[in-house]
Design a protein around this ligand. Structure first.
Ligand code: EPZ
Length: 444
């Protein structure tokens, strides 16, 4: 079946007003320069979750009415998603941390390569476009630094719901007069795969049951938003989600959940520096596995009315981490905990089971004096008394967060290149760490 012959979209519109004028394509060679040593102390507020905001922005495509979001993090990935949606014809207006989106009509059900290559989460537009418009053309996201990251489950699931799908010239071309409810068992637990199919199913004819679904809190936050829009969903947060399709969704208001990975990152930094930090508005209930490992490392963690207090007065202790789908230890915290382990006396073993190449921070940590051997998907980390500052390079979002933590505890000055990776997922990280006493500055 030939792909829907969509006319070419207009040239990518300028970044929407108020968005970062560099746009998602600019790769400015900003650097972070960190003087290691200070113990972090004080309180900072946690931002909204990137990995909840990205699917929820795409949920705006499912209705012609406005979707009003609060607690939206100011991140490059969110700016990129806004650019992508604006290009499709979605109106949006940002005031403060609030963002209103309205897909009254969708001119171009298209996610072009130029944007998708800068942010794989663009694939999250596929399900909503197909459900709302009956057609979609979404560039296949290439691989990325941490792995091949195929999207076969997204495609297979939509096909099971009756979509006709062609893969051609690097694009997924999909068409369906109306999706049909289906029972779909994921071959592998996939977060955005679950989110894509859950969104598509909200407007399908009949009931869809997703088995072996991802249980991540961000999936639950998306489901909460969809239900507020009139969707009928039960089971989000379990591995079996049932969605009764409806004819249309309506507008809603939704507050994005706190970012549990940002919370975990700052908690690991507090433990590494022997500090005392309060993380306000933290998503503590989604961090049990991380809190457990922080305590094992010698930190004390108190959860009190929505805030997380992380302190360490005594010595660090070694610990083992094995990443797994939620509620297991999150892969997005693997690099950060490895940085902490580099100075924990003894031997820690960090095993990555989700992505096949998420160990690139090892080489950079070794430049800072860490003692790490990688065997297959496991890193054997032998604690050293201290790290020594050096120039290192960020390779992906969470690897760069691990390097920041290492820089905070290394003797002397650490310079981290290519921190555009960091800006994708952390809102003004140098301001937040600086507020806690870190000696950190951005060099343009
Ligand atoms: C989401 O990515 C997150 N991104 C990632 O966060 C996170 O690391 C990942 O889930 C795992 O928790 C967003 O939510 C926007 P997957 P996603 O599909 O959905 C394989 C960050 O740092 N797979 O759950 O792309 C895949 O190769 C980012 O914020 C297939 O084989 O991850 C991987 O091995 C990085 N076929 C495993 O499943 C598919 O169709 C889990 O991937 C889909 C996935």
């Amino acid at each position: 079946m030939d792909a829907p012959d969509l006319a070419p979209p207009p040239a990518i519109a300028d970044a929407p007003p108020g968005a970062d004028r560099r746009g998602p394509h600019a790769l400015p060679m900003d650097k972070l320069v960190i003087e290691g040593g200070p113990r972090l102390a004080g309180a900072i507020a946690v931002s909204g979750a990137k990995n909840a905001a990205l699917p929820i922005l795409c949920a705006s495509l499912l209705t012609a009415e406005p979707l009003r979001l609060s607690n939206v993090p100011r991140l490059n990935d969110v700016r990129t998603m806004r650019t992508l949606l604006a290009q499709m014809g979605v109106a949006h207006d940002a005031t403060g941390g609030a963002l209103a989106l309205c897909a009254a009509h969708i001119d171009w059900p298209l996610a072009p390569y130029e944007l998708v290559k800068t942010m794989r989460a663009s694939i999250l537009a596929l399900g909503p476009l197909l459900a709302r418009c009956g057609e979609a053309r979404v560039s296949l996201p290439g691989g990325c630094a941490i792995g091949l990251r195929p999207v076969d489950q997204h495609v297979k699931g939509l096909a099971a719901m009756g979509a006709e799908i062609d893969l051609e010239h690097g694009y997924i071309a999909a068409r369906a007069r109306r999706l049909r409810g289906a029972r779909y068992v994921f071959d592998v637990v996939t977060v955005t795969g679950t989110e894509n199919l859950m969104m598509a199913a909200t407007l399908a004819e009949g009931t869809t049951v997703l088995e072996n679904a991802a249980r991540e809190p961000e999936v639950v936050d998306l489901a909460r938003c969809l239900v507020a829009m009139g969707a009928r969903i039960v089971g989000a947060g379990t591995d079996r989600i049932a969605i009764d399709g409806v004819d249309a969704l309506h507008g809603a208001t939704h507050a994005i959940m706190p970012d549990r990975i940002e919370t975990g990152t700052f908690a690991a930094a507090a433990a590494a520096t022997g500090g005392d930090v309060v993380l306000e508005g933290a998503g503590a209930d989604a961090l049990d596995a991380v809190i457990d490992k922080l305590r094992e490392s010698g930190a004390s963690v108190d959860v009190r009315d929505g805030a997380l207090r992380v302190r360490r007065d005594g010595p660090l202790a070694p610990f083992n981490v094995r990443t797994a789908p939620f509620p297991g230890f999150p892969t997005d915290m693997q690099a950060q905990m490895m940085a902490l382990a580099t100075v924990a006396p003894g031997t820690s073993v960090i095993t990555e089971t989700i992505f096949e190449n998420r160990m690139m921070h090892v080489q950079e940590l070794k430049r800072l004096g860490a003692d790490i051997e990688v065997e297959g998907n496991a890193a054997i980390v032998r604690g050293v008394p201290r790290l020594a500052g050096a120039t290192v390079m960020a390779t992906d979002l969470r690897a760069s967060a691990g390097l920041v933590i290492a820089g905070l505890i290394a003797d002397g000055e650490t310079t981290i290149d290519r921190i555009y990776h960091l800006d994708r997922g952390y809102e003004r990280i140098e301001d937040k760490l600086g507020a806690l006493g870190a000696r950190i500055r951005r060099v343009r």
